[in-house]
Design a protein. Structure first.
Length: 210
C-alpha cells in the first residue's frame, strides 16, 4: 500500500497508548486527539509548496518562504471535530469543508447526509480528517465526493486504521495519500477496529451508551 504513510514517533506512540486506554477520561481523550493530530499534521504537510518572499527584519531583508497553497480541512462529522482545533493551530487560515457521513449499523457502510464546502474549494488542497479509518467506506465516499466537486489534491489523516479499509481504499484511490499513526490488527464483526480505541465520536463527545 504505497499510498499509506505510518507516522512513527515516540511522542505519538506514547500518547496513542493513553488514548486507547478505556480508563482515559473524555477531557483527557480530547486533549490527546488534539495533540496527536497536531503532531501528525506536521508530517502530512511536509511536501506543501512554498513561494519565495522577502521580509524586512529589524536588521535587513531576509529571503524567506511562505506557503504557496490554500488548504481546505474536511472533518468527517462528527468525531473529526475533535481534530479540528489542532489544524487551526498550525494552519490558521485554512478553510473548513464539512462532510457528514453516518454509519448504517446494519450494513456498517457510510451514508452521506451533509456537505458544506468553501466556494473556492477547487483551488484548495483538501486534508480529510477522521480519527478512525475502519472499513474504508466513508473514506472512499468522501474522496469520491470531493473529486466529483473538482478537488484535485486530496490527502487523508486518520489516527488509527484497519488494514482491510486501507487496502480497499488504496485499490480505488491510489492517488490519495493516507497518513495514520498506526495500522491495527483488523476489524471485528461490528466494523470496529481491533484493538482500536472504541467509538471515537462517543469518547470525544462523552456520549458512550447514548
Ligand atoms: N469508528 C470508530 O469510532 N471506531 C472504530 O473502531 C471504527 C469506526
Amino acid at each position: 500500500m504505497k499510498n499509506v504513510h505510518v507516522i512513527k514517533h515516540p511522542l505519538i506512540a506514547h500518547k496513542l497508548s493513553i488514548l486507547r486506554d478505556e480508563k482515559t477520561e473524555p477531557f483527557h481523550f480530547r486533549l490527546l486527539v488534539d495533540e496527536i493530530s497536531y503532531l501528525m499534521l506536521f508530517e502530512a504537510t511536509r511536501d506543501l509548496p512554498l513561494r519565495d518572499v522577502k521580509v524586512q527584519t529589524p536588521v535587513a531583508v531576509a529571503n524567506t518562504h511562505k506557503l504557496d497553497v490554500k488548504i481546505m480541512i474536511c472533518p468527517i462529522l462528527r468525531a473529526a471535530l475533535g481534530m479540528l482545533d489542532s489544524v487551526f493551530k498550525l494552519i490558521p487560515d485554512a478553510s473548513v469543508g464539512f462532510l457528514g457521513f453516518q454509519r448504517n449499523e446494519k450494513t456498517l457502510e457510510a451514508e452521506f447526509y451533509y456537505a458544506k464546502l468553501p466556494a473556492d474549494h477547487t483551488e484548495r488542497t483538501a486534508i480529510i480528517i477522521d480519527p478512525m479509518f475502519a472499513t474504508g467506506g466513508t473514506a472512499i465516499d468522501a474522496v469520491n465526493f470531493l473529486k466529483g466537486k473538482g478537488v484535485k489534491d486530496i490527502r487523508f489523516l486518520a489516527l488509527v486504521s484497519a488494514p482491510e479499509g486501507l487496502k480497499r481504499f488504496g485499490e480505488i484511490h491510489p492517488d490519495v495519500p493516507v497518513f495514520t499513526a498506526c495500522v491495527d490488527e483488523g476489524l471485528n464483526e461490528n466494523g470496529y477496529i481491533v484493538p482500536g480505541l472504541g467509538d471515537a465520536g462517543d469518547r470525544v463527545f462523552n456520549t458512550l451508551g447514548a
